[in-house]
Design a protein around this ligand. Structure first.
Ligand code: BMP
Length: 228
């Protein structure tokens, strides 16, 4: 859907079939900003699973490997997905030289967007990431990725990230099962909410998605932000 602020996280359980997830992708396709594929999806269905999903839906595909390696290895990893994905997620803590700088140059050359994690949705994010958020934002400012990941579960962190990096799209997980309400992150300044189980495990995923889209539209209207 043009204007949806939802990225649906596709996290299959062990033994689930690709068909089940393809059905979700095709049913939700018209109502999302995009889909996020993580390690559970890739380990279950491989790169081919992402390729086949692309065949049923042409919205934005983000692969979430939470990359955190030297540049050469991160480039080698994502090069296997080029052609099937529009964006990748990496951790911000590996730094610029020899890591994220190289990854960003490569992704720019193949037209794939980068999103960097500067804070996470679980409580343990306070142990290391959040106490170093200014340093992570300093790295982000050097890398200048398309997006930053910040938690819907701590809206004040989103507001802070937005104030320090107004140029970035903010993608916020932690909605639903992890405790944040749909719309909390958008109200705090996020551009998108990443939502998994609250949608994919609902008896009627499309109905849940549509009601979240309506709520989001209201909030973005209040913020004075139009459709994306
Ligand atoms: P769920 O809405 O089912 O809790 O799923 C959240 C999704 O967002 C998962 O795919 C998870 O890997 C991801 N995620 C997260 O939960 N917290 C973060 O800080 C970063 C994430 O990528």
């Amino acid at each position: 859907m043009v204007g949806s602020r939802v990225f649906v996280a596709l996290d299959p359980g062990v033994g689930e079939s690709l068909g089940y997830w393809l059905n979700i992708v095709s049913r939700l396709c018209g109502g999302v900003a995009g889909f996020k594929f993580g390690l559970p999806f890739l380990l279950s269905f491989g790169v081919d699973g992402v390729r086949v999903s692309r065949g049923v839906c042409d919205s934005m595909f983000i692969v979430d490997l939470k990359l955190a390696d030297v540049g050469d290895v991160m480039v080698s990893t994502v090069s296997r997905l080029v052609g099937y994905v529009d964006g990748v997620i990496a951790h911000g803590f590996t730094g610029f030289e020899g890591a994220l700088g190289e990854l960003k140059d490569y992704l720019d050359s193949v037209g794939v967007k980068l999103a960097l994690i500067v804070s996470m949705s679980h409580a343990g994010s306070l142990d290391v990431l959040d106490v170093n958020i200014d340093r992570l934002l300093w790295v982000a400012d050097r890398v200048k990725p398309w997006g930053l990941v910040a938690p819907a579960t701590r809206p004040h962190v989103i507001s802070y990230v937005k104030s320090r990096a107004p140029w970035a799209k903010i993608l916020s997980p932690g909605v639903g099962v992890q405790g944040a309400r749909p719309g909390d992150a958008l109200r705090a300044g996020a551009d998108y909410e990443i939502i998994g189980r609250a949608i994919t495990r609902a008896p009627n995923p499309l109905e849940v998605l549509q009601s979240i889209n309506l709520e989001h539209e209201k909030i973005m209207g209040e913020r004075g932000v139009g459709r994306v």
